[in-house]
Design a protein around this ligand. Structure first.
Ligand SMILES: Cc1ncc(CN)c(N)n1
Length: 214
């Protein structure tokens, strides 16, 4: 799916916002604006993963989807709550952040995949978020030459996040094989799944872009 997304994957994982966190040149105002939007994003994203529990077809799939819901709400959001509290932004303020259109577009696309699509379509829409941040976090932990955004980098490079995303990979691969067989990438529906993945990746690019304009 990543290969099929082509340049868009690179645009997402090497966006100027990401590179600004790497070298510490990203303005704090942009970062805090992004983080507030991302808190709202994660609320909707958790709801979309909860639809994964609804659409799952095995106990194992239900466990994996519910573990991800829990990881988003009880682990990943700690970063947003903690960093914003240090900047004087309360959790109530965070929760009531007005959504920017780029945020709306992405979260509603993913939720719609969950409402109307099957489990595979939903996972294809959810995957760029999970996989991309794991990839960015791992790279930035090696390449960052500034401590400014180390909280963010350590969250996504940390073993907890990395392990949870490996589980998402196992879930996705298993779900594909279970429903479509080993040669799932030879089937006509593979193209549609890749298209869903690419669209979500493009919406990730839009999300970073939004972060640049508080
Ligand atoms: C927009 C976005 N994409 C991905 C992630 C990683 N869960 C995130 N927090 N925000």
């Amino acid at each position: 799916m990543r290969a099929a997304a082509g340049d868009v994957w690179r645009d997402y994982t090497r966006h100027v916002f990401v590179e600004g966190m790497k070298d510490g040149t990203l303005p704090r105002e942009s970062f805090l604006h992004y983080l507030r939007q991302d808190y709202v994003f994660l609320i909707h994203f958790s709801r979309a993963w909860a639809l994964g529990v609804v659409k799952a077809e095995t106990h194992e799939e239900m466990l994996a989807a519910s573990a991800t819901v829990n990881g988003l709400i009880s682990e990943e959001m700690k970063l947003h709550i903690g960093v914003c509290a240090e900047a004087g932004i309360s959790q109530e303020e965070l929760f009531s952040t007005p959504e920017r259109p780029e945020n709306l577009a992405y979260t509603r696309f993913v939720l719609e995949a969950g409402y109307s699509g099957d489990f595979l379509t939903l996972l294809a829409a959810l995957a760029p978020c999970a996989m991309g941040y794991a990839e960015i976090g791992a790279r930035l932990s090696q390449e960052a030459n500034s401590e400014t955004y180390c909280d963010w980098i350590n969250t996504y490079a940390g073993e907890d996040y990395q392990a949870s995303i490996r589980s998402v990979g196992v879930l996705l691969e298993g779900a594909l094989v279970r429903r479509l067989g080993e040669n799932y990438d030879q089937l006509p529906c593979w193209k549609g799944l890749c298209q869903t993945f690419s669209t979500a990746t493009q919406l990730e690019v839009g999300f970073w872009q939004m972060g640049m304009t508080p």
